[in-house]
Structures are given as structure tokens and as C-alpha cells.
Design a protein around this ligand. Structure first.
Ligand code: SF4
Length: 402
């Protein structure tokens, strides 16, 4: 992403009615060792003060009638029931989301989700709970720095079901240091036995400024060999499919009717509005993000009435490259015509088609009618495939900071 500049709110157009809405709630009990999301330990933080600021931002920037709402973090389930009631009332007052949103997701962690909390969230209109389970293996949870046990994770899932939640995602991570194929098979089988409606299974990555990257660099942790990572990904596809969860995106698996609409909009490169610290918005050919620091977010809101920290303009070629990169992550793939429509690309010559054809020749993509899809060979090469599109379509970078 391009560099960031000091900006006014005019740098991002307001989100039109119907724009999907993301709300970032940054507090967690403890920072996990692999995590690079903007999240901070809740202890000692002024959560009511943050929520008051978020209410101001909702009043100023939330789109009318969003088609989906996603509360992410951080650990949104850390908020009390009373805090949720107020937040949802304010959001309803300014957006009318209860009658417009086909899907309302709240991310939860086991240590802060019980039956009462789950029922309260459902009563407030939430349709989907996404639980950060990660693993049911005690040693893995400890290595990750998770604050919950496997039993607490199972209890949170079951509590959500007892409360009446009919759409539950479980987040899991594989390819952590030391993991064997046999361990992952046992762990994932156990997780799938619970019967989640959706599974998001991510291959661990070592992110900047995390303890995991530091320990890797110090030789205290070793990344798995690539062949083993591929085997673990293959086990994930095999077991989820056997459990009735269809792979619809590289890392996401769902029962029929349970694919995440909010995230599909990202993969379709659709518009979205983001509120809260670090949240990103994309409206038309503009993208911008809020300050990735709670004090700075609050200062910006107090001084300027918005928390925008950076923004950039995406030209037509960059939008087209991003649309291919995102769209190919979906199992259904995309056609050149869909890519042009989603990107708003109007030039008569489509520079992405020769790239896609070349990748078909290489065996990384296949044709299904008009659509291009990743092949089994191309599946683990999504990043390399993305760089083929970017290096051809936008050799000088993806965006212009303004
Ligand atoms: S609970 Fe989630 S958001 Fe919070 S630190 Fe852990 S991985 Fe990051």
C-alpha cells in the first residue's frame, strides 16, 4: 500500500446508502503472539471513552442502510451486554441497519462469550457469531499465547448454539512451528465434530512486529517446510469437505447458505466503510484508513471530527489488478467481464486477459466457461499469481497517495 499523508475528511467521499460496514473494536484480554491486527490489552483502557468517540464517528460517517455489518477486532465480545445495547441503538438510529443488513457478524473469543452474552447479541439483531478458536491442542494454544483453554473454546461454541445462533464460524490456524500432519488431522477432526457452519482456516504467517517473527529471527521458532504446509492445507480441504463444508475461498469453508456475505464483498472488490481505529474504507476509486492507535484515533476525532490518517487514489489499472487478485481467491473465480465491471475499467483493451491466458498456459489457472479459476497447482501460488497481475498492470505501484 502506498505512503500516507495528512488529510481532510473530504479526501474520502461519504459512503453511499447500502455500503457494507465494518466496525473495529480494538480491545483484547491479551495480545496473541502471532497477531498483527490493531488490538491492545483491555486492562486499564477507557472503554466507555472509546465507545463515546465511536458513537461520534458513527454519527459522522456510517452509511445508511448497510447491506452487511461486521464487528471485528480485537475482541468485540469483550464489551458488556449494556455496552452492546447502547452501541447497537446508536448504530440503528444513524443507519437503520436492522432492516437493511442481511448479515450482522460479531467476532468473539471464548473467554468473553457465554450463553447470556450470545443471547443478548442475537436479541440485538446479530445473525452470525465468529469465534476465535484457533486450535483444541493445549500446547498450540499456549504457543499462540491464547488466554483460553480448549474446553473453554468448546464451551463458548456450545453456549452460542444453546443461545440459538444458527450461523457460527470458527477461526483456526495451522502450520504453527512444530506441528505435524498427524497432529493437525486430529485437531481439525475434533473441531469439525462440533459442527460449525463455517470455518476460516489460515496458514500461520510471521507478521512484522510480532513476537512470533522475533522468535523466528532469533532461531527460537522454526517455520515449517513448504511441503508440509501444503500437506496441511490439503488435509484442511479434505476434512472440511468430508464434514460438509464447501471451500468457497482459499481459506474459507462453509455449509450451503453460510458463506460470509461481508467478506465476499471484499473478494468482489466492492465498496466498504470502516469505523474505529485502523479501519479501512474503500469508496469508488478512493481508499483510506483511520489512525492505527487508540490515542491518535481519539485525538483526531476530538480535533477534526474524523480519524482519517491516510488515503490514496486507485487508478483503473490498479483497480483491475486488485480485482483479479481478490476474485481468484474465490473458488468460483471470475470472468474478464466481471473483473472489468467490478473495477470500473472502461478501456477497450483489457490488459489483464493476456496475463490470465498466460497463467492458464502455465497450469496455474483453468477456464470454466467464461471464468478463470485457480487450479490445484495454482492454489498455493495465489501470491505469485497476484504479482503477475500487479507487475504487468501496475509496474510502478498500486496507488497514489494524495
Ligand atoms: S484475540 Fe484476536 S485480535 Fe486479539 S490479539 Fe489475539 S488474534 Fe489478535
Amino acid at each position: 500500500m502506498a505512503g500516507h499523508a495528512e488529510l481532510s475528511i473530504e479526501s474520502l467521499p461519504s459512503a453511499p446508502a447500502g455500503t457494507p460496514l465494518y466496525v473495529h473494536l480494538p480491545f483484547c484480554v491479551f495480545k496473541c503472539h502471532y497477531c498483527d491486527f490493531y488490538s491492545i490489552p483491555a486492562e486499564g483502557q477507557d472503554i466507555p471513552g472509546f465507545l463515546a468517540t465511536l458513537e461520534q464517528e458513527i454519527a459522522a460517517r456510517a452509511p445508511q442502510s448497510p447491506t452487511t455489518v461486521f464487528f471485528g477486532g480485537g475482541t468485540p465480545s469483550l464489551l458488556s451486554i449494556e455496552q452492546w445495547q447502547r452501541l447497537m441503538a446508536v448504530l440503528e438510529e444513524h443507519t437503520g441497519f436492522r432492516s437493511s443488513a442481511q448479515e450482522i457478524t460479531v467476532e468473539c473469543n471464548p473467554e468473553s462469550l457465554d450463553e447470556n452474552k450470545a443471547r443478548a447479541l442475537l436479541d440485538l439483531g446479530v445473525t452470525r457469531l465468529s469465534i476465535g478458536l484457533q486450535s483444541l491442542r493445549a500446547q498450540t494454544l499456549q504457543q499462540f499465547g491464547r488466554v483460553h483453554s480448549a474446553n473453554e473454546a468448546l464451551e463458548a461454541f456450545r453456549a452460542a448454539r444453546r443461545a440459538g445462533c444458527r450461523s457460527i464460524n470458527l477461526d483456526v490456524i495451522f502450520a504453527n512451528p512444530g506441528q505435524t500432519a498427524a497432529q493437525w488431522r486430529v485437531d481439525l477432526e475434533r473441531i469439525l465434530e462440533e459442527g460449525p457452519d463455517h470455518l476460516a482456516a489460515y496458514n500461520l504467517t510471521f507478521e512484522e512486529a510480532t513476537p512470533f517473527l522475533r522468535w523466528l529471527e532469533q532461531g527460537k521458532l522454526q517455520a515449517l517446510p513448504e511441503e508440509l504446509e501444503l500437506e496441511l492445507a490439503e488435509i484442511t480441504r479434505e476434512l472440511t469437505t468430508a464434514a460438509g463444508l464447501r471451500p468457497y475461498e482459499i481459506s474459507n469453508f462453509a455449509r450451503d447458505g453460510h458463506a460470509c456475505h461481508h467478506n465476499i464483498n471484499y473478494w468482489h472488490n466492492g465498496p466498504y466503510a470502516g469505523l474505529g481505529p485502523s479501519a479501512v474504507s474503500k469508496i469508488g476509486n478512493r481508499r483510506g484508513g483511520s489512525a492505527r492507535s487508540l490515542p491518535l484515533y481519539q485525538k483526531r476525532m476530538a480535533q477534526r471530527g474524523h480519524a482519517l490518517d491516510w488515503s490514496e487514489t486507485l487508478d483503473a489499472q490498479a483497480r483491475l489488478a486488485e480485482t483479479w487478485w481478490l476474485g481468484l481467491r474465490l473458488t468460483e473465480g471470475l470472468s474478464a467481464r466481471e473483473a472489468r465491471e467490478r473495477a470500473g475499467f472502461q478501456d477497450p483493451t483489457d490488459p489483464a486477459v493476456p496475463v490470465a491466458e498466460r497463467l492458464v498456459q502455465a497450469g496455474w489457472l483453468q477456464r470454466a466457461g467464461e471464468r478463470f479459476q485457480l487450479t490445484t497447482k495454482g492454489l498455493p501460488l495465489a501470491d505469485a499469481i497476484a504479482s503477475e497481475f500487479f507487475s504487468t498492470l501496475v509496474p510502478e505501484g498500486t496507488a497514489n497517495p494524495t
